[in-house]
Design a protein around this ligand. Structure first.
Ligand code: FES
Ligand SMILES: [Fe+2]
Length: 477
């Protein structure tokens, strides 16, 4: 986890006239609006006796009162009033009463907070050209993953997983699983990868948007601010002007959990009715990634690339580019030192703030341990061994390894048994949040009946059974 990065702390629409507690980088913060409506972010831990400021009261003068003794703090973290002795200046009564405040801005419907003491040095928040472009429609998703944020991010930072996890085959390639040639360009603030490919036409409505065989261009961008991934596919084929775009904003809650927020955008099929279907199709991919990420080990990912890890050919080019960017943040002394982090129950975790940099003395709580500037990863990214097979002659026939799996695994639904096509179509029509439950129940029932085949008949039987129970009504249509 890194300081001096702009993180997405929340959606603007969720920040109204109540303070909101947010945990990021394992530390607690409170967001609140002052009298001008400006969003602020300060440490949530009262410097007096450690109460949670988010449980306090927001006053019309834009100060937040602690729920214990009512000390008031403004958006700059200064204590402005001690009500029990309001006839005295705070500087006289409690000269060290202040809490850490962080640079906060609202952009693109998001509350961005720079968690660190040097916001001017942080990578600037990128442009989102679609935000003011009314030819685009947005839908929004917010969810917590029980996974470290690197692990969460890595479920999208390579191309090979697209066919394997999401069923998006690279048609036209001799080997449709092989990552097509892609060009990665890097800056200090992120990277971009571009490929042109003829991928599998999507099923359902999306399948009608482009002609069979049309090439699509896929542009993946990563921005350090928000650990944001932006994916863009010209869904109708190159030159169609029909874009499917997503932004994935990633905020580490702590070493184990990650807040994932998504904007799904489109400039085709603009009718509101299509929002549900559009979100469902996007979330299908997101949740395939989530299942993966949450089951990967180690649960708390390493602080850097595994020096003994296997990095193949150019398939891991994007992942290593990502580590290269993070290495720069580490060398600046911005990485939290996980090995020296004390248990959160034993210490107050404070992320360094600009006020500390200006005046490091006299704070009630210490800041978290950081890796000293100039400390490389266990093995610098430039020294990681890259297996290069470009010039190695093939020793196997092209169609080697193409046998059918024993238990077909449907990449769209994540079904593990064999399913009657019509049965899968039914599941597809059900609301997204019940789909995995239907699949799980149906496969369990099928196994209980000694079969590996799920039929419409079985779904109907289960639905009829459920209709009599409490959770009926939302089964497949
Ligand atoms: S604990 Fe916050 S004012 Fe006393
Ligand atoms: Fe993915």
């Amino acid at each position: 986890m890194y300081t001096n990065v702009w993180y997405v702390a929340g959606l603007s629409e969720h920040l109204a006239d109540e303070p909101v507690k947010v945990t990021m980088l394992g530390a607690d913060f409170v967001l609140f609006r002052d009298s001008d409506g400006k969003a602020n972010c300060i440490s949530n831990v009262c410097p007096h006796r450690g109460s949670s400021l988010a449980n306090g009261t927001l006053y019309k003068d834009g100060t937040l009162a602690c729920p214990f003794h009512g000390w008031r703090f403004n958006g700059s973290g200064e204590c402005t009033l001690i009500p029990s002795r309001r006839d005295h200046e705070v500087e006289v009564l409690a000269p060290r009463a202040r809490t850490d405040a962080y640079a906060t801005v609202e952009k693109y419907g998001l509350v961005w907070v720079c968690l660190g003491d040097d916001p001017d040095a942080a990578s600037p928040i990128f442009d989102m050209p679609e935000w003011d472009d009314h030819t685009f429609r947005f839908t929004v998703n917010e969810e917590i993953w029980e996974a470290d944020y690197h692990t969460a991010k890595f479920t999208n930072l390579d191309y090979v997983h697209l066919p394997v996890v999401h069923g998006i085959l690279f048609q036209g390639n001799e080997n449709p699983i092989q990552a097509p040639e892609h060009h990665v360009t890097v800056t200090d603030h992120g990277f971009q990868s571009v490929m042109r490919v003829n991928s599998t036409p999507s099923e359902g409505v999306w399948g009608t948007l482009r002609e069979e065989g049309a090439k699509v261009e896929s542009i993946m961008k990563f921005f350090v601010p928000g650990f944001t991934l932006r994916g863009q596919v010209e869904i109708g084929g190159i030159g169609s002007g029909m874009f499917n775009i997503f932004y994935e904003f990633t905020t580490p809650i702590d070493e184990h959990r990650t807040m994932m927020r998504h904007y799904f955008l489109r400039n085709y099929k603009m009718e509101e009715d299509f929002d549900t279907e559009h979100t469902r199709r996007n979330l299908q991919n997101v949740h395939q990634d989530k299942r993966l990420g949450e089951s990967q080990r180690p649960k708390v990912a390493a602080d850097g690339p595994n020096p003994r890890g296997i990095y193949t050919h150019d398939e891991d080019k994007i992942m290593l580019t990502y580590w290269g960017l993070l290495e720069k943040l580490r060398l600046k002394g911005w990485q939290l030192d996980r090995k020296n982090l004390k248990e959160p129950d034993r210490e107050v975790r404070i992320i360094p703030s600009p006020a500390r940099k200006a005046n490091p003395e006299g704070w009630v709580y210490d800041t978290v341990a950081l890796v000293p500037a100039g400390t490389p990863f266990e093995k610098p990214v430039s020294e990681l061994h890259f297996v290069d097979i470009d010039n190695v002659e093939s020793t196997r026939p092209k169609d080697y390894g193409q046998s059918e799996p024993v238990n077909p695994h449907d990449p769209l639904s994540n079904a593990t048994l064999e399913w009657e096509t019509a049965a899968l179509e039914r599941v597809d029509k059900a609301p997204p949040f019940v789909q995995s439950m239907i699949i799980e129940n149906a496969e369990k029932a099928a196994k209980e009946r000694g079969t590996n085949f799920v039929t419409v008949k079985l779904l109907e039987e289960l639905q009829a059974k459920q209709m009599g129970g409490a959770s009926a009504g939302k089964g497949p249509a």
